[in-house]
Design a binder for this molecule. Structure first.
Ligand SMILES: Nc1nc2c(ncn2[C@@H]2O[C@H](COP(=O)(O)OP(=O)(O)OP(=O)(O)O)[C@@H](O)[C@H]2O)c(=O)[nH]1
Ligand SMILES: [Zn+2]
Length: 304
C-alpha cells in the first residue's frame, strides 16, 4: 500500500521522452508527466495518476511489475514493455533472419519469465523450407512455433492468430521487413487512429516508428493487446551473468548437468556434456556458436 492507492489506475500506452500517454479505465488518453525520477515508466505499466486539467495528468507512482522485457547494451538499458502475457518473435522467410538476434530475444524473454512463440511469416515464398530447417532446433528444444502468410493468406493467418492472442497482452519483436505493419493492419482495423491525435498534438508524430506502440485488437472491450516495438540493431544481454546464460538456453541446459565441472563454461573444459552434445548433433552448431559469442561479451572487461 502506498499513499497513492486512492488515485486512479492507468495504463501506460506510449512513451514520448519525458512524458507518457496514460489510458484510464474508460479508454480515455492523457498526456502525463512523471513526478520525479521514481515514476519512470514503460509501456504496459500500471500507474497511479491524477488529472491536472487540459487532458494532462501527473504520474505519482508505478505499480509493481509482473515482468519487464528489456535489453541491456554495455551502457544503456532499453525497455521494451512491462506486464506482458507473451512474446511473439516475428521472423520471415525473407529477409533471412539473424539467428543471433532471435536467440538473444529468446534468452531475454526466458530470463524475464515471458512465454514466447516464434512466428514465421511469408511461408508462401519458395524459401519456406529452408527457413523451417533453420528453425528446427528451436522446435526441437520445445519452442512454440507458428507459420503465417500475413499478406498471402490473411484469412488463415488471422484465424490462427486471434485465438492465440485473445485476452492477452502480446509484444511483437522482429526485424524490419518481416511483416509487422502487415500484422498490425490485419488485426487492428483502426491502427492509425489508435496511434492517434495525441502524438500529433505532441508534435511527436514522427516518433511513431521509433517508439513502442500499444494497439487494442478489440478497442471496445480492451482485453486483447498487441504491442509493437521498433526494430533494433543490437540486443545486449549484459543483465545476464555468464553462469546463468546456458541455463537460459533450453538446448544447452538439457546437457549442462552432464559436465564434469560444476562451473563448466562449455568452452574447453574436459568432460563437457554440452560440447559432447554438439558433437553428437544434439545441439545445433549455430546455437552453440552464438552461445560462445554472447558469453565472450558477458565476460569481456567493460570498454571505457
Ligand atoms: N510474400 C509475402 N510477403 C509478405 C507477407 N507479409 C508481408 N509481406 C511483405 O513484406 C514486406 C514487409 O512487410 P511490412 O509489414 O511492411 O514489414 P515491417 O516488418 O512492418 O517492416 P518495417 O516497416 O521495415 O519495420 C511488404 O512488402 C509486405 O507486402 C506474406 O505473407 N508473404
Ligand atoms: Zn560443459
Amino acid at each position: 500500500m502506498t499513499k497513492f492507492n486512492a488515485l486512479d489506475l492507468g495504463l501506460v500506452v506510449r512513451g514520448h521522452g519525458r512524458h507518457y500517454i496514460v489510458e484510464d479505465s474508460d479508454g480515455r488518453r492523457f498526456v502525463c508527466h512523471p513526478r520525479g525520477k521514481k515514476s519512470d515508466c514503460v509501456v504496459g505499466d500500471q500507474v497511479r495518476w491524477a488529472p491536472a486539467g487540459d487532458g494532462e495528468g501527473v504520474i505519482e507512482a508505478v505499480e509493481p511489475r509482473r515482468n519487464l522485457l528489456f535489453r541491456q547494451d554495455e551502457w544503456k538499458t532499453k525497455s521494451f514493455a512491462a506486464n506482458l502475457d507473451q512474446l511473439m518473435v516475428l521472423v520471415a522467410v525473407e529477409p533471412v533472419f539473424s539467428e543471433s538476434q532471435l536467440t538473444r530475444s529468446l534468452i531475454a524473454a526466458e530470463q524475464a519469465g515471458i512465454a514466447t512463440t516464434i512466428a514465421l511469416n511469408k511461408t508462401d515464398l519458395p524459401g519456406a523450407n529452408a527457413a523451417r530447417e533453420r528453425l528446427a532446433p528451436y522446435r526441437a528444444m520445445g519452442m512454440h512455433l507458428m507459420e503465417l502468410a500475413l499478406k498471402a493468406d490473411p484469412q488463415a493467418s488471422r484465424a490462427q492468430l486471434l485465438p492465440w492472442l485473445s485476452g492477452k497482452r502480446t509484444l511483437v519483436l522482429g526485424p524490419s521487413g518481416t511483416g509487422k505493419s502487415t500484422l498490425i493492419n490485419l488485426l487492428v482495423p483502426d491502427a492509425k487512429a489508435q496511434v492517434g491525435d495525441i502524438s500529433v498534438a505532441l508534435n511527436s508524430g514522427r516518433h511513431t516508428t521509433t517508439t513502442t506502440q500499444w494497439y487494442w485488437v478489440d478497442p471496445a472491450a480492451r482485453e486483447t493487446a498487441l504491442i509493437d516495438s521498433p526494430g533494433f540493431q543490437e540486443f545486449g544481454l549484459h543483465q545476464i551473468g555468464p553462469q546463468e546464460l546456458p541455463l537460459l538456453m533450453p538446448d544447452l541446459r538439457a546437457h549442462a548437468d552432464h559436465c564434469k565441472f560444476y562451473n563448466c563454461t562449455h568452452q574447453h573444459e574436459p568432460g563437457c556434456g554440452v560440447r559432447e552434445a554438439v558433437e553428437q548433433g544434439l545441439i545445433s552448431p549455430t546455437r552453440y556458436r552464438i552461445y560462445g559469442e554472447i558469453l565472450a561479451q558477458l565476460t569481456a572487461p567493460k570498454r571505457w
